[in-house]
Design a protein around this ligand. Structure first.
Ligand SMILES: Nc1ncnc2c1ncn2[C@@H]1O[C@H](COP(=O)(O)OP(=O)(O)OP(=O)(O)O)[C@@H](O)[C@H]1O
Ligand SMILES: [Mg+2]
Length: 264
């Protein structure tokens, strides 16, 4: 229970948060219980799910650095099956304060242990940096989903990210898997998009999701209404693509389960 997926890429603006919000909502729409943990001080997943910033509200900071149980920080959203651990700018301080704490890279993992059973999926929206917040997310995760924007510098930084994944596997004896590489803001009318997609497939092979996320104005608009695309414009191409991505992830998991059963 509680398969945990970190959505990470230290490059900014590649579609991490858009994917975190819309994949969470699409998984929840399959009658699954989903927790989205906003691990980014920008708090974009929090506002994108219609949670207003309020200095009184508990956030990830209180559980990660403070001693609040994560249960106290979780909030339900107005979307069926979907809960969130909100974040706000206070989380900036966590990067500094964590340095001095014991188990500074595995605190999120420990905190999540108490709630894992309650959810089918836990998604972690990471900040655009390979900082302690992203490291905590990777150590806590069963797998990493890497959104990559189809543009000229798409692969920049990816080898550094993969080195980090390897380091976590070694240091924590942790079988952090690659959930998949997700092509975002895909526009197949341009040669550049097609070229980048071909390069990624050559580099990552089957780890690239078959589903691609098209560039879509509706996807960009939805967060300002505090809604996942499913609830903003269910008939849009953006909604269709995130529903398809959820189905691809569920099918992959079923395939893994079947093959591990047949080994036994
Ligand atoms: N498929 C898409 N089509 C059109 N616009 C998109 C799409 N995906 C994301 N965007 C827009 O691009 C911008 C960056 O997206 P998003 O916030 O999801 O990226 P991010 O990787 O989380 O950014 P950051 O690194 O700052 O956290 C946002 O304005 C978002 O609305
Ligand atoms: Mg983001």
């Amino acid at each position: 229970m509680g398969k945990t997926i970190a959505i990470a890429n230290q490059k900014g603006g590649v579609g991490k948060t858009t994917t975190a919000i819309n994949l969470s909502a699409s998984l929840a729409a399959n009658d699954l219980r989903v927790l989205l943990v906003d691990s980014d001080p920008q708090g974009n997943s929090t506002t994108g799910l219609g949670i207003r910033k309020d200095p009184e509200q508990l956030t990830l900071y209180d559980a990660l650095v403070g001693d609040r149980p994560l249960e106290d920080v979780i909030r339900s959203t107005e979307f069926d099956g979907l809960d969130i651990v909100p974040a706000d700018k206070n989380l900036v301080a966590a990067n500094v304060e964590l340095v001095a704490l014991e188990n500074r890279e595995s605190r999120l993992r420990q905190r999540l242990n108490s709630v894992r059973k309650r959810y089918h999926y836990i998604l972690l929206d990471c900040p655009p940096a390979l900082d302690l917040l992203t490291l905590n997310a990777l150590v806590a995760a069963d797998s990493i989903l890497i959104p990559i924007q189809c543009e000229f510098f798409a692969l920049e930084g990816i080898s550094q990210l993969m080195d980090t994944v390897d380091r976590i596997r070694d240091s924590f004896h942790h079988s952090l898997a690659i959930e998949g590489i997700l092509l975002t803001m895909y526009d197949d009318r341009t040669n550049l998009t097609r070229q980048v997609a071909d390069d990624l497939k050559e580099f990552f092979g089957d780890d690239v999701f078959k589903t691609v996320i098209p560039r879509s104005v509706r996807l960009a608009e939805a967060p300002s209404h505090g809604k996942p695309i499913l609830y903003y414009d269910v008939r849009s191409r953006g909604a269709e693509s995130y529903i398809k991505l959820a189905k691809e992830i569920l099918a992959n998991e079923q395939a893994v389960r079947k093959s591990s059963q047949s080994v036994r």
